[in-house]
Design a protein around this ligand. Structure first.
Ligand SMILES: Cc1cc2nc3c(=O)[nH]c(=O)nc-3n(C[C@H](O)[C@H](O)[C@H](O)COP(=O)(O)OP(=O)(O)OC[C@H]3O[C@@H](n4cnc5c(N)ncnc54)[C@H](O)[C@@H]3O)c2cc1C
Length: 351
């Protein structure tokens, strides 16, 4: 968990990006003493022989040194998706309205998710599919686009000031990511900005993060959001009544499930004006790319005629087809481990 994220240039990236890195790192290093990991080295091109078989990779080290890596058995591309590459996302997009998915959308990804593996494979004739749909993450911080985290169960999303729905709910907060993002584009503010409100629980103003998260009373929230206090209060009370009476499905904007109230209440049932709420500023950002290289079940990369490109394999988010149109959260890590193992077995058995 302690690995920093970083770029080839040596620049550190905020966040614990290396969480998943420790396991494969140890596995690779322990598997064979000859194994080498070249960090801060960028693959630029696949090397092919006269028959078109992939026999290696050209790369450039952080100090500009060019290297060529020979692959006797094959090359496995595991270069991830292209969610950070907004140009590629928009160029291939055929799902989101172009007025919603715009070049200034932020990303939950590091600047390394540029789709370079896809481009390198395309240069040797690889086919792609499913690149028309990029998964957007509704829970991105409005200032950086990084993952804010959380779930939709015990929160409400309301439209910000300046919109026709200001201060009111507009979506089932437990819905799928694409539904939540479309709701944010339709009922949110600039770039799909929306406001999440939940009960502060044991959080205090000490937890405030400028521009992102505020622990505050209803009055303070209304002032900060420039929204009508009564409108927000009515939204919360109507929602909380539905939670108490198990009638969430009867709300004007129905909700699938919730187990906790948003507001704080006095013993006589009246709204506790001094009770604390947690207010977060969120917006959709590009998150995961379901499309990519076409592979067969052995993880061989296929060309446009459906034939394997000899010596070329791919695993993980660089490939297409596993998640269809909308990946369910949590499944990508399982997929990358399984597909990586299959690709590894295939390349060693020359399948
Ligand atoms: C913030 C965030 C949270 C997520 N949380 C979850 C979760 O909880 N559960 C889940 O299942 N999924 C989650 N996902 C999705 C999941 O993490 C990714 O789908 C998965 O990490 C993809 O794995 P990968 O190995 O294919 O690619 P990556 O993890 O993206 O790794 C690709 C690697 O290739 C390197 N690379 C790229 N181009 C080159 C090049 N030209 N030369 C050399 N190296 C290159 C990159 O630097 C990177 O290290 C999350 C994604 C994000 C962005």
């Amino acid at each position: 968990n302690s690995f920093d994220g970083g770029m080839v240039s040596g620049e550190k990236i905020e966040g614990r990006w290396g969480t998943y890195f420790a396991v494969p790192l140890n596995t690779i290093m322990n598997a064979n003493e000859k194994n080498t990991i070249m960090t801060r080295t960028k693959a630029t091109e696949l090397i092919t022989d006269e028959e078109g078989r992939v026999t290696g990779v050209k790369a450039v080290k952080y100090d500009g040194t060019e290297v060529e890596i020979t692959a006797n058995m094959g090359v496995i591309l595991a270069t991830g998706g292209y969610a950070y590459n907004r140009e590629m996302v928009i160029e291939t997009n055929d799902y989101w309205d172009k007025d919603d998915l715009k070049p200034d959308i932020l990303s939950t990804n590091r600047p390394l998710s540029m789709g370079e593996g896809i481009i390198m494979a395309q240069q040797v004739g690889a086919a792609t599919k499913g690149m028309d749909f990029t998964q957007l993450m509704p829970l991105g911080w409005v200032d950086t686009g990084h993952l804010a985290g959380g779930t939709g169960e015990n929160v409400i999303y309301i439209s910000p000031a300046g919109t026709s729905n200001a201060g009111k709910r507009y979506v089932d907060e437990s819905a799928e990511r694409d539904v939540l993002c479309q709701g944010a584009f339709d009922y949110g503010g600039e770039k799909g900005l929306f406001v999440e409100i939940s009960n502060a629980g044991n959080r205090t103003k000490e937890n405030n993060v400028e521009g992102r998260l505020y622990i505050c009373t209803l009055k303070e929230a209304a002032e900060m959001l420039e929204l009508d206090e009564e409108t927000i209060k009515n939204t919360i009370i109507e929602y909380d009544d539905a939670v108490r009476t198990d009638t969430l499905h009867e709300l004007d904007v129905p909700k699938s499930a919730a187990t906790a109230l948003i507001g704080n209440y006095n013993e006589d049932g009246s709204f506790n004006e001094e009770g604390l709420l947690a207010v977060r500023y969120l917006a959709p950002s590009t998150h995961h790319t379901m499309g990519g290289l076409v592979v067969d079940t052995s993880r061989r990369v296929l060309d446009k005629d459906g034939k394997p490109i000899e010596g070329l394999y791919a695993a993980g988010e660089v490939t297409a087809g596993f998640f269809a149109g909308n990946r369910l959260g949590g499944n990508a890590v399982a997929e990358i481990i399984v597909s990586g193992r299959i690709a590894g077995e295939s390349v060693t058995k020359n399948k």
